[in-house]
Design a protein around this ligand. Structure first.
Ligand code: FAS
Ligand code: PHB
Length: 392
């Protein structure tokens, strides 16, 4: 088999890259380890920055998003059982964000791939990149019991945190930065009408978040200890804890119902540098992980793909390698900006083990300052809405 760009991973990063390259006449093959059904069953992100929305629209992927998604001027933060602060992205930076589930985006990407009869190979086993520092790398894999080889010009490592691509960069070259948080998020999906806005909550009992997927699909989270187990959290226990953390009038507005999905996600910050080695380019969770507090994970995958696709288009259009050579540094500037913001939001809103009344009051003091300062509010709004993509 031969292609121009071999893409390892058929999640949002890999599938979006394949779609953008196809629209520029660049051939790719996507090698995905899991089945289509498995990939489409994953419940993950829900908030799309304006930049992500623009990229999806520009690549023919905006129709269902614009029909079923919900645009928001900002998100609220409540604390101490009373106060409310609105991160007003529209007022301060003239941007909105969209709530539209990553699951829907994945469905839209697979549907677009089917329409163009894309070469997408699910259940590819033992995927391994080779010849990374050569001019003609290749990828081996096993499919339907047959060993295959895919020759290519470039390899895009879009295979997530547990993938093979990052681990193919020599340890002597790769530098990793990591911070593991001492808690996780217990998330619930319920077929109930959501609150009409996103509301983050700081409370001495722990963090909580109210989000949405559509007018009859709600997404809620509560911070739980690292050793929490889903089986210990009945729906009743979840709803009681969620309501205990929100101010009374918000808690009373939360419509409860049976969970249709319940899972615990650990929180970590992780960055791998560089995001390129020879003809291998990392994009998305393969290169970085953020705690979901800042709603940046999926959005960073999209900005990586935007930069990488632009660089590959420049190469195939005119042979220039300038953007390919600049990809890692450009992507990492945005990655570190989002990693820092997500780390800051996580420290501001969560209850850390060993927190005393002093730290709780200091968090509440910072929230009160944000609410009182148009300068601070503008800074938070511009980061939450997503910084602009860099020019080529
Ligand atoms: P993904 O991990 O989505 O996709 C990688 C793909 O590569 C997968 O399909 C995998 O099967 C495949 N793969 C792995 N190894 C392979 C191999 N060796 N060969 C071939 N294929 C291989 N972000 C937010 O913004 N908000 C959230 O609330 C949020 N919640 C999350 C909850 C969970 C449980 C997780 C894990 C992530 C969450 N994220 C959230 C982050 C998430 O949305 C990611 O940022 C996003 O999925 C990144 O997309 P990809 O980089 O494509 O990686
Ligand atoms: C979600 O809707 O899943 C969501 C929203 C905002 C976040 C994280 C997750 O910061």
């Amino acid at each position: 088999m031969k292609t121009q760009v071999a893409i390892i991973g058929g999640g949002p990063a890999g599938m979006l890259l394949s779609e953008i390259l196809h629209r520029a006449g660049i051939d790719s093959v996507v090698l995905e380890a899991k089945s289509r059904a498995y990939v489409l069953s994953r419940i993950r992100a829900g908030v799309l920055e304006q930049g992500t929305v623009d990229v999806l629209r520009e690549n023919g992927l905006g129709e269902r998003m614009d029909r079923d998604g919900h645009a928001h001027d900002g998100a609220a933060i409540v604390w101490a059982g009373r106060d409310r602060y609105f991160i007003d992205a529209w007022k301060y930076v003239g941007k909105r964000f969209m709530t539209y589930g990553q699951t829907n985006i994945q469905e839209d990407l697979y549907a677009a791939a089917d329409r163009r009869q894309a070469r997408l190979i699910n259940e590819a086993e033992n995927v391994l990149p080779h010849g990374l520092t050569s001019q003609s790398p290749w990828v081996t894999f096993r499919h339907n019991g047959v060993d295959e080889r895919l020759d290519c010009d470039f390899i895009a490592g879009c295979d997530g945190f547990h993938g093979v691509s990052r681990k193919s960069i020599p340890a002597a070259i790769l530098k990793e930065f990591e911070k593991v948080y001492p808690f996780g998020w217990l998330g619930v999906l319920s077929e109930t009408p959501p609150l009409n806005e996103l509301i983050y909550c700081n409370h001495p009992r722990g963090f909580a978040l109210a989000s949405q997927r559509n007018p009859m699909l709600s997404r809620y989270y509560v911070q739980v200890p690292l050793d929490a187990r889903v089986e210990d959290w009945s729906d009743d226990r979840f709803w009681t804890e969620l309501k205990a953390r929100y101010p009374r009038e918000i808690a009373d507005a939360i419509v409860t119902g049976p969970s249709i999905e319940k899972s615990i996600a650990p929180l970590r910050s992780f960055v791998a540098e560089p995001m390129r080695h020879g003809r291998l380019f990392l994009a998305g969770d393969a290169a970085h992980i953020v705690p979901p507090t800042g709603a940046k994970g999926l959005n960073l995958a999209v900005s990586d793909v935007f930069y990488l696709a632009r660089a590959l288009k420049a190469f195939y259009a005119g042979g220039s390698e300038r953007l390919l050579d600049g990809y890692s540094d450009m992507a990492l500037r945005r990655v570190w900006s989002s990693v820092r913001f997500s780390w800051w939001m996580t420290n501001l809103l969560h209850r850390f083990p060993g927190t005393t009344e002093f730290e709780q009051r200091a968090q509440e003091g910072e929230l009160a300052y944000l609410a009182s300062s148009r300068h601070a509010s503008a800074s938070v709004a511009e980061q939450y809405a997503g910084l602009p993509f860099e020019e080529a």
